[in-house]
Design a protein around this ligand. Structure first.
Ligand code: FAD
Length: 390
């Protein structure tokens, strides 16, 4: 049986400009990321050279406006790029989602001229690494329950508290840090700060344990003990940080959803390649109808996921996006990708259980996409509340 990647690539549904764009990012990912995707996972190392490669290819500045040093990508281009990155290296896609999606784009939207001038260029050129420090041990989904405090100290602030699971936290030069200036005010006390990480009062340590996936990424615990923040390092107004966080996450969910489409695609491609080559009972596995049924379900859910992602991107470009659009795209695409990765492992038999084949990494990596930037249950909660209110 011949494989036919046109069945699962997006190219046939795209106009010439977007097709060329997707193919360019695909070629980049194959040349620069694919050769390292397995080793950085097995060695559990963050590869700094990857940052330079992403910057040189224009990917780090991709969605930023051209006047800010970016490429001015449309939301559809962002979705296509993150599908291509996600299909090859979840660590690279995750890095871009934080560096550009959460840090640079929040800075572009909420920062003042001086903040943008200081950090946007280095972030786009890969000279500085950014992190987005929101989650705490006792405040994950419940962001408004955060306990990290920022207390007035002259014209600035002193921060005390702990953040964890912070991607790039151990290596970041700049951080968007969320802390409450008044715990009694709940979400109205939360304030965002844009700070240089290289200051006293911050202890960075690796997350305890070994992560299930995204093992070529840096995840850190950040302990703040009187960490000094200057008065001009507030990002957006004091007390409006909850909106900065939610705005950043809502925008970033498109990247996560698109990355999940990439994982689904990679899982399907691997499953087709394997089952068409592997023979049992005198014929290729893919000749068995029960195997075909699984492949058919994977193909269909891939296109359904991509459809939701592209719909969200189109609505974002048109200015008609609602919270439901990206919630549906993230919820559906990540859950479908988890199922597809699971099927791909099963279809590989024992080989699927080994890092010698890519599907076990896909299976491990996809779990985080169901969790971060709002778990699947949180996405359902967003949708449920919208429905119940109408
Ligand atoms: C690889 C990775 C990278 C990450 N990177 C970052 C980062 O860069 N910055 C950052 O700030 N954070 C980061 N996180 C943290 C991530 O955002 C949180 O883990 C996530 O928000 C969930 O929080 P939690 O782990 O505390 O789980 P909890 O909020 O404790 O949730 C546990 C379970 O309860 C469910 N649950 C919670 N509330 C509800 C509810 N109301 N209704 C129904 N079910 C509910 C959840 O869906 C989940 O299944 C990262 C996490 C991972 C795994």
């Amino acid at each position: 049986m011949a494989t036919n990647d046109s069945l699962w690539l997006p190219d046939g549904d795209l106009d010439a400009a977007h097709r060329e764009f997707a193919q360019r990012i695909r070629a980049f990912a194959e040349e620069k990321l694919a050769p390292h995707a397995r080793t950085i996972d097995e060695d559990r190392t963050f590869r700094r050279a990857m940052v330079a490669d992403l910057a040189t290819a224009g990917i780090l500045g991709g969605p930023l406006a051209k006047e800010l040093g970016g490429q001015g990508w449309t939301p559809l281009q962002l979705a296509l790029a993150h599908e291509e990155l996600g299909a090859v290296c979840g660590n690279a896609r995750g890095f871009c989602a934080v560096q550009t999606g959460l840090v640079a784009q929040c800075l572009a939207k909420f920062g003042d001229d001086a903040q943008r001038a200081r950090w946007l260029g280095p972030l786009v050129r890969g000279e500085a690494i950014g992190c987005f420090a929101l989650t705490e041990p006792d405040a994950g989904s419940d962001v408004a329950g955060m306990r990290t405090t920022a207390q007035r100290d002259g014209s600035g602030w002193r921060v005390h508290g702990r953040k964890w699971w912070i991607t790039n936290g151990g290596i970041a030069d700049v951080m968007i840090l969320f802390a409450t200036v008044d715990p009694a005010q709940g979400r109205n006390g939360i304030t965002a700060f844009l700070v240089d990480t290289k200051r006293p009062g911050l202890l960075r340590s690796p997350m305890p344990g070994i992560e299930l996936g995204h093992r070529g990424s840096d995840h850190a615990v950040l302990d703040f003990d009187g960490f000094a923040v200057a008065g001009n390092e507030v990002l957006g107004p004091v007390g409006k940080g909850f909106g900065v966080a939610m705005g950043g996450l809502a925008a970033g969910r498109l990247s996560v959803a698109a990355g999940a489409v990439g994982i689904q695609r990679a899982a399907l491609a691997a499953a087709v390649a394997f089952t068409t080559g592997r023979k049992q009972f005198g014929q290729a596995l893919a000749a068995f109808q029960m195997v075909q049924e699984r492949l058919a379900d994977m193909l269909t859910s891939l296109h359904a996921s991509r459809g939701l992602v592209h719909r969200c991107a189109m609505r974002r470009a048109a200015g008609t996006e609602t919270h439901a659009d990206v919630a549906m795209a993230k919820l559906y695409a990540t859950e479908a990708a988890a199922k597809a990765a699971d099927e791909a492992v099963m279809l590989h038999g024992a080989r699927g259980y080994s890092s010698a084949f890519p599907v076990e990494r896909l299976w491990r990596d996809i779990q985080a996409l169901r969790i971060y930037e709002g778990t699947s249950m949180i996405q359902k909660g967003i949708l449920g509340r919208m429905l119940a209110a109408e």
